[in-house]
Design a protein. Structure first.
Lengths: 112, 112
């Protein structure tokens, strides 16, 4: 009965590779988000999607491309991975107008 | 854009004592202020939130206060227990895309 789920939990890859992280929510929410948490624990919004449409893109490099096939899914594809992309990536979901967000378990990405 | 400052960055208390974490925000349009608790290796979990039409909210040992004029809000934990040890994040939102701007986090350590 996991509300917001992400796969994989851990991702270790070489610089220059392309990788994807998947996110799914079963809460019936219409808005989904991607956050990046760096080694100092700072949590920063990357993208926000509402009803499959991009609402927020916080100056994220275009190597990062979110894709929302439906309201319950928001996947993150990263091209040409760099060392600085190493972080924990959290997906979250919420409903329009409430601002309350629920986070997934996170994906720890390590770029070697 | 919104800027949220959080203090202190680390806080150590004795079990049974109270803990207070303070945040300030810059955008007077912000109207929603959640607090998240993140245990080591886990996801941020919503523990309490407050909206701008309320000055204080309490849930058992946790309370949050909001001063809209001064643009600051605080988390109060009474009768702290070792399981309260975690990183706590404040955040602010003005409903524009439901975007949350997070503070830098406070590492709370409760010593038994």
């Amino acid at each position: 009965d996991t509300a917001v789920s992400q796969t994989p939990k851990y991702l270790v890859t070489q610089m220059g590779n392309d990788k994807s992280i998947k996110c799914e929510q079963n809460l019936g929410h219409d808005t989904m988000y991607w956050y990046k948490q760096d080694s100092k624990k700072f949590l920063k919004i990357m993208f926000s999607y509402n009803n499959k449409e991009l609402i927020i893109n916080e100056t994220v490099p275009n190597r990062f491309s979110p894709k929302s096939p439906d309201k319950a899914h928001l996947n993150l594809h990263i091209n040409s991975l760099e060392l600085g992309d190493s972080a924990v990536y959290f997906c979250a979901s919420g409903s329009t107008g409430t601002s309350t967000q629920y986070f997934g378990p996170g994906t720890r990405l390590t770029v070697l | 854009g919104e800027n949220v400052e959080q203090h202190p960055s680390t806080l150590s208390v004795q079990e049974g004592d109270s803990a207070v974490i303070k945040c300030t925000y810059s955008d007077s349009a912000s109207n929603y202020f959640p607090w998240y608790k993140q245990e080591l290796g886990k996801r941020p979990q919503l523990i309490i939130d407050i909206r701008s039409n309320v000055g204080e909210k309490k849930d058992q040992r946790i309370a949050v206060t909001l001063n809209k004029t001064a643009k600051h809000f605080s988390l109060h934990i009474t009768e702290t227990q070792p399981e309260d040890s975690a990183v706590y994040f404040c955040a602010a939102s003005n409903n524009a895309g439901n975007m949350l701007t997070f503070g830098g986090g406070t590492r709370l350590m409760v010593k038994p």
